[in-house]
Design a protein around this ligand. Structure first.
Ligand SMILES: [Zn+2]
Length: 466
């Protein structure tokens, strides 16, 4: 009986949106998304692998191996609108890493001098080998200006534009070498049109948004905190049923920060993946993430508080059955990339993720003992045994504080910048949105309750022109 009451409480609190943020004021977030009959084809490219200290992303916790390293991937995305227009969302890291800004090389160098970001084949090469000429890409959207996302723009013709989030230019100019401490290099910008997004679309899930193609197929979303101008992209990938992919960029770096959440719970039948200690911790099910974000003094985010607010927004998208959240660096994807029944890489498409069950497949993969993103590091063990294992794994944990400090101190806070550009409509400012008053979504009931194919919104009631 107690469990029934607990379940009800969880469902009610999730429906009110109160579990994710203290600022919800008791009403659910409006998830109305403008309609469209068109879609965008999303193709994922693997840009890099990296091994970084988990402490950059996660607060200390006896159940999590925060003193160990975690393996990340890096991704880039080719987006093809049904009209034929092609853009990229990020282009990964440059192949010749020795030509990155000296401040980056110094910050991330391992004690043995090696660089923890590895690139097999850069994105421009992968595109060309896949038959995509670079001059057919009209815009490279930067989720943000970090080196592992802006690639080597000099490989693209000058006709390819760059679009970045508000505050990016102020934060990156002048680049190296004019500014010897800059994190970007001159060729990231040279000889091309580099502009900043103006978030002028209706707010999406309480966030400032930009309707990139102008027809409701892709909304760039203000997800501040990581660095000035950090953005995500909500991409419509199928109609009937309507489904989306949220490219969440570096809003967070480990899916264990996102889920479990009240909308995507880890139910009892998954608990065989966990140690007995953790099972006791979770009770009948788990509805909170196992990892909490790192504090400001260790965080990889410029503004850890703003990043935590953005994380809450990503969690609410994750709770939707019609949306698959894809992080730039989700290391838990690694075993599934380009595998049969796994996650197809370019030239494969991610659009039928729901039909293929890719969200289900990857949802709690990071808890598996053999997954590279496992946060317990010793499989299903916890506490001291996890830490024992981690000792030998530490490659560059010594650098974690200096990494965070450098990335944070080199830049003004993102929330300040976006406030200027968006006339005060910062993502934090949910309660001021008129949209919030009219809630018609089914999504805050969570994924377990939101499995209807049409899922939410008013999308089926109106059309938009292309
Ligand atoms: Zn990154």
């Amino acid at each position: 009986m107690h469990f029934v009451i607990l379940e009800l409480l969880i469902l009610v609190s999730a429906a009110l949106g109160q579990s994710f943020s203290g600022k919800r004021n008791g009403h659910a977030l409006d998830f109305t998304i403008p309609t469209s009959a068109a879609t965008v084809k999303v193709q994922m490219l693997k840009a890099l692998t990296a091994t970084l200290p988990l402490s950059l992303f996660a607060a200390e916790d006896p159940n999590v191996a925060t003193d160990a390293n975690t393996d990340l991937i890096g991704s880039a995305f080719l987006l093809e609108h049904s009209s034929g227009r092609r853009v990229m969302f990020d282009i990964g890291i440059r192949k010749d890493t020795e030509n990155l800004a000296p401040a980056i090389l110094k910050t991330f160098a391992n004690p043995d001098g090696s660089f923890p970001f590895k690139v097999e084949k850069d994105i421009p090469t992968q595109l060309k080998e896949g038959g995509i000429e670079l001059d057919t890409i009209d815009t490279v959207i930067w989720s943000h200006s970090h080196f592992d996302h802006v690639g080597d723009m000099s490989l693209f013709p000058n006709s390819t534009n760059v679009l970045a989030g508000p505050g990016t230019l102020k934060n990156t100019q002048p680049p190296f070498p004019e500014n010897p401490n800059a994190l970007n290099v001159k060729t990231d910008f040279e000889g091309r049109n580099v502009s900043e997004v103006v978030f002028n679309a209706p707010r999406i899930a309480g966030q400032a948004a930009h309707d990139f193609f102008g027809d409701g197929t892709m909304f760039l979303l203000d997800l501040p905190g990581h660095i000035a101008g950090h953005m995500g992209a909500l991409v419509r990938v199928t109609t009937s049923p309507t489904t989306f992919i949220l490219l969440a960029g570096d809003s967070n770096h480990h899916i264990g920060l996102v889920r479990p959440n009240p909308g995507v719970r880890l139910l009892c039948d998954h608990q065989h993946d966990l140690s007995e200690d953790l099972q006791k911790l979770g009770g009948p099910d788990f509805s909170d993430p196992f990892i909490t974000p790192a504090p400001q003094n260790k965080s990889i985010h410029t503004d850890a508080v703003a990043a935590t607010v953005s994380l809450g927004k990503v969690q609410r998208f994750d709770a939707r059955a019609d949306t698959w959240v894809v992080l730039s660096h989700d290391g838990s994807f690694a075993p599934f990339l380009n595998k049969t029944d796994g996650i197809p890489l370019f030239p494969g498409s991610l659009n039928d993720w729901r039909k293929k069950g890719l969200k289900e497949l990857t949802k709690f993969a990071y808890l598996k003992s053999d997954n590279p993103a496992n946060i317990f590091q010793s499989g299903t063990e916890t506490n001291s045994s996890a830490k024992d294992t981690s000792e030998s794994n530490v490659v560059s944990a010594n650098n974690s504080t200096s990494t965070a400090t450098t990335l944070a101190s080199a830049t003004p806070t993102s929330s300040e910048s976006s406030a200027t550009i968006t006339n005060g409509a910062t993502a934090d400012d949910e309660t001021s949105s008129a949209d919030d008053a009219a809630t018609n979504d089914s999504t805050d009931e969570g994924e377990s309750a939101g499995d209807d194919e049409g899922s939410s919104d008013s999308e089926d009631t109106a059309d938009s022109s292309e």
